[in-house]
Design a binder for this molecule. Structure first.
Ligand SMILES: [Cu+2]
Length: 141
């Protein structure tokens, strides 16, 4: 029987690929803030930092590409306006971003952050609405 054998081989190959994927890359060294992206949430290792030049390392622990936008806003993390046509959040107040982080990879962005309230989001279409947002605070130095 050729078909069952073929199916078994494909199943074995899939297992091999999953096993080789391994853990997601560590955050780049020197990151003062580490954000972890999952399918569909964002967690940050610290709730706040003091203002200044801040290196934010971002790990994509999800199974798909994500992005990372830093938006300075007083709005609640889940209350950013969205655009129905693009299924993305509006990025008013954006101070920096990493446009694309493949699954299992990490990246970093260094930003000069002024004191205030921020929201970190993933703005791949639909991901913000699915929960990829979290609040962050930058304190006066
Ligand atoms: Cu995403």
């Amino acid at each position: 029987m050729m078909i069952p054998r073929f199916v078994t081989a494909v199943a074995a190959l899939v297992l091999l690929v999953v096993a080789c994927a391994g853990p997601a890359a560590e955050a780049p060294s020197g990151s003062q803030v580490v954000a972890e992206l999952a399918d569909y949430k964002i967690t940050v290792n610290v709730p706040s930092v003091k203002a200044g030049s801040i290196k934010i390392g971002v790990r994509n622990l999800g199974t798909m590409e994500h992005s990372f936008q830093v938006i300075k806003t007083d709005l609640a993390p889940d209350k950013l306006p969205t655009d129905g046509a693009s299924a993305k959040a509006k990025e008013d107040g954006k101070v920096g971003e990493i446009a694309s982080i493949p699954a299992g990879k990490s990246a970093a962005v260094t930003l000069d952050l002024a004191p205030g309230k921020y929201v970190f989001i993933c703005n791949v279409a639909g991901h913000y609405q699915l929960g990829m947002h979290t609040g962050f605070t930058v304190d006066a130095p």
